[in-house]
Design a protein around this ligand. Structure first.
Ligand code: ZN
Length: 336
């Protein structure tokens, strides 16, 4: 388990400081819900909290060198348990949760805390969630439970209300870009300013999440950004055939394009609502439709269509037809 890399993610430092203070005061929360979009390092933070709880050093924790830290680093600490989606599975199995609960009900092997983490808690089914709820209701002593879920996911209120909530937000763009410039392999041919611009586009596509942006090919993304803006301009001017456009998008990087489109619409929604531009998903969807101006309502519908399009990708259904419908229906809303 890698728990030291959290230290290199500056946007986690605030949370780390608070948790370190809680730990020093022997008040580490016994259940913690980490709400985070992908690519913000929630897993690294959960690992770090695990190490914070289990480290046996008397000085700065986690120390990384004590017996407990070494066991963690080699993934063999008997008091640390992680549950995540198994490969090719769509849900976390209830047996995985039961196994976790059983392990946590035992005495601590090393006489300290026991830590259980559920990564991707949105993949818990109702049975798994219920099994877990019992543990939350009757926590055993010296146990830390953590769940990581996406902010948009609605965990059962009975679960969420029993956890201390910690929401990770994307860092300010400048912080993210500085971090990316320092951590990515530099493109040899790319001058500094161009690199910044590329990372800017990659960050936009990654919803502001630096670790996700790092996985994207920044230079390629910058080109895509320019091309997509131009396509939308042509679309709203009526100077491009929708079928041809949809066909072209489906033939190269369709998933990136759909994500780009979703982010772009989200930014338009925020701009229309007068909110500061944000990478967060547009959650004011819960506003009553009647209160929304027609223009904003059209954007929300478009956003729903874009999300549906992304969902379709995993079903193997015909995305091109759905994309054509979105582009046709969105022509007016996409125009200024
Ligand atoms: Zn240690």
């Amino acid at each position: 388990m890698d728990f030291l890399s959290a230290d290199s993610l500056p946007w986690l430092h605030g949370a780390q400081q608070r948790l370190r203070a809680s730990n020093s005061a022997q008040r580490l929360p016994h259940s913690l819900l980490l709400l985070s979009a992908p690519g913000l390092g929630a897993e690294q933070l959960a690992n770090w909290i695990t190490a914070l709880a289990l480290c046996e050093s008397l000085r700065s924790r986690p120390c990384g060198v004590c017996a407990s830290c070494q066991l963690l680093r080699s993934d063999s600490h008997p008091d640390s348990h992680v549950v995540r989606l198994e490969e090719d599975a769509h849900q976390i199995k209830v047996d995985q949760v039961r196994e976790l609960i059983e392990s946590l009900s035992l005495k601590s092997y090393r006489g300290g805390y026991k830590v259980g983490v559920i990564e991707g808690a949105e993949s818990l089914n109702a049975n798994g969630a219920n099994a877990f709820l019992k543990t939350l209701e009757e926590p055993t002593a010296n146990t830390v439970l953590m769940m990581i879920a996406r902010p948009s996911h609605r965990l059962p209120a009975t679960i969420a209300s029993r956890c201390l909530r910690l929401t990770l937000s994307p860092p300010p763009t400048e912080v993210a870009i500085a971090w990316l410039m320092a951590h990515a392999e530099p493109h040899a041919a790319e001058p500094h300013a161009a690199a910044r611009q590329s990372w800017h586009a990659a960050l936009g596509l990654a919803g502001g999440a630096p670790l996700l942006a790092l996985e994207l090919d920044a230079a390629g993304v910058a080109g895509l950004d320019t091309e997509m803006q131009e396509s939308l301009r042509q679309l709203s001017a009526g100077s491009v055939d929708v079928t041809l456009l949809a066909d072209r998008w489906m033939k190269s990087d369709p998933q990136l394009r759909i994500t780009w489109l979703e982010n772009w619409i989200t930014q338009r929604v925020h701009a229309s609502l007068g909110a500061a531009p944000s990478h967060q998903s547009a959650e004011p969807v819960c506003l009553p439709a009647a209160l929304l101006k027609p223009k904003i309502r059209a954007l929300f519908e478009l956003l729903d269509a874009a999300r549906e399009l992304r969902r379709l990708a995993s079903t193997g259904m015909n995305q091109q037809l759905a994309l054509e419908a979105l582009l046709l229906g969105g022509r007016t809303a996409l125009a200024n």
